[in-house]
Design a protein around this ligand. Structure first.
Ligand code: C2E
Ligand code: CA
Ligand code: CA
Ligand code: CA
Length: 276
């Protein structure tokens, strides 16, 4: 028994070391990737559920590592948040996304907004509002075509967040609550925060098909969102059944593999050109 305990311990230590060395390697790699322009953005369409038209696009960051290949943002974003690298990384994402949308506008494609994910750590950086303002100016994108996606975790510091969101809204841009319903926060904050859209998390949208006569949560969120005056966007739509349910329940906008996976800028441009 003693022997096996020791083995377990050694295994555990080795496992931890492996994990932390991958972490260190990724951390250094990420810093380099940022300096050497090895990150890129993919773009996922947001679709008007009634007309099928593309009415917006969400930018999602990608990292193709020289040795490890594709690394998911679900892995490196938390790491970037932990190390503070999210601030320069987020700046790069914002600028790249805004320039791309500006270029699409200039090429005569439909004037639609670009949605950009923002971590709490970025929002709470003292220079965030100025930095957004400067980026929009440099790029020449009208603020009304920028939507910042934040999560309910900003509620941890509700007073500071409200202040910053108000300043951002004064610039003329839009704010969305991402992954809505997963953040364990009280609903009462919704009344006080200056936000425009709520994005219903994929886990609720999944429920529509797994419990066919049970999309109660989704229906409730849609009704509440509409009653409070927000646009409601459903995320992670994969099936026709989900689309039908959402349409029947007055959800206006959807996003998900059913319509399109996130695409490279070139591929999205082809989609625009093909008249959608
Ligand atoms: P998110 O903002 O909730 O983005 C939606 C995620 O769901 C994306 O994963 C997207 O590719 C995926 N998705 C979209 N439709 C479907 C669908 O129909 N089925 C399934 N199974 N998945 C779908 P991705 O690109 O891997 O990003 C994961 C998360 O990483 C994002 O979740 C976001 O929280 C974070 N992230 C991505 N890019 C950025 C960024 O530039 N900055 C920050 N701060 N976070 C980012
Ligand atoms: Ca998002
Ligand atoms: Ca989301
Ligand atoms: Ca998410």
């Amino acid at each position: 028994a003693k022997e096996s305990g020791k083995n377990t311990f050694q295994f555990y230590t080795a496992h931890l070391q492996e994990r932390s060395s991958r972490k260190m390697e990724l951390e250094n790699g990420l810093r380099k990737a940022l300096e050497q322009n090895q990150l890129l953005l993919h773009y996922q369409p947001q679709v008007d559920l009634q007309s099928g038209e593309i009415i917006g696009v969400e930018a999602l960051v990608r990292w193709i590592h020289k040795e490890h290949g594709f690394i998911s943002p679900a892995e490196f974003i938390p790491l970037a948040e932990e190390t503070g690298l999210i601030v320069p990384l987020g700046k790069w994402v914002l600028k790249e996304a805004c320039s791309q949308m500006k270029s699409w506008h200039d090429q005569g494609f439909a004037k639609i907004p670009i949605a950009v994910n923002i971590s709490v750590r970025q929002i709470q950086d003292d220079h965030f509002v100025d930095s957004v303002k400067r980026t929009l100016k440099e790029v020449g994108l009208e603020p009304t075509y920028l939507e910042l996606e934040i999560t309910e975790s900003v509620m941890q510091n509700i007073e500071k967040s409200t202040l910053i969101l108000k300043q951002l809204k004064e610039l003329g841009l839009k704010v969305s609550i991402d992954d809505f319903g997963t953040g364990y926060s009280s609903l009462s904050y919704l009344k006080h925060l200056p936000i425009d859209n709520i994005k219903i998390d994929k886990s609720f949208v999944d429920d529509i098909i797994y419990h066919i006569n049970q999309g109660v949560m989704v229906k409730t969120i849609i009704d509440m969102g509409i009653n409070l005056g927000f646009n409601v966007i459903a995320e992670g739509i994969e099936t026709k059944e989900q689309v039908n349910f959402l349409k029947e329940n007055a959800c206006m906008v959807g996003q998900g593999y059913f319509f399109s996976r996130p695409l490279t800028a070139d591929k999205l441009e082809e989609l625009f050109k093909s008249g959608q």
